[in-house]
Design a protein. Structure first.
Length: 151
């Protein structure tokens, strides 16, 4: 009995031809002129990180090594209420700006679109001796409380 030669060996599974790879992430829209190949600015990174924590997508301890001083305690207090959690679409950074009060420090503000509402987020970044940026202060504008009418 003779066998016909095979084009590939039988000791390996066939090659995958599916173009949808599990390891690729969806592409993001560039923020303020940032290209996909350029390194993201620390302002963009921290805005995304704080947004993930304050919307409940990430736990607060995820920011522990990225904060310094009382900023972690402020973040814990803010994140307890998950103030940026929305139903449906995720909150996004609408606009971002910063001020440089001195070398190695940035004061950043961000406008966050959370559902139908626009919220304000402010944080301060300081560069440590190891050249890493750390968040040293964070504040989130809370919506005004409604007072009962007729009082």
């Amino acid at each position: 009995m003779s066998r016909t030669p095979q084009s590939r060996p039988h000791h390996r599974p066939p090659t995958r031809h599916d173009t949808r790879r599990p390891g690729t992430a969806p592409t993001r829209t560039p923020v303020r002129g940032r290209t996909a190949t350029a390194h993201p600015r620390p302002t963009d990174l921290f805005a995304d990180r704080l947004l993930a924590v304050l919307s409940g997508q990430r736990p607060v301890h995820w920011m522990l090594r990225h904060t310094a001083g009382p900023a972690y305690d402020d973040l814990v207090r803010l994140a307890e209420r998950t103030p940026l959690r929305t139903r449906g679409s995720r909150p996004t950074v609408r606009d971002l700006g910063w001020f440089v009060p001195r070398d190695g420090a940035l004061e950043v503000f961000a406008r966050i679109a959370a559902g139908e509402h626009l919220r304000a987020l402010a944080f301060r970044l300081e560069q440590a001796h190891d050249l890493r940026w750390r968040c040293t202060a964070v504040e989130l504008a809370t919506p005004p409380t409604r007072r009962p009418t007729g009082l």
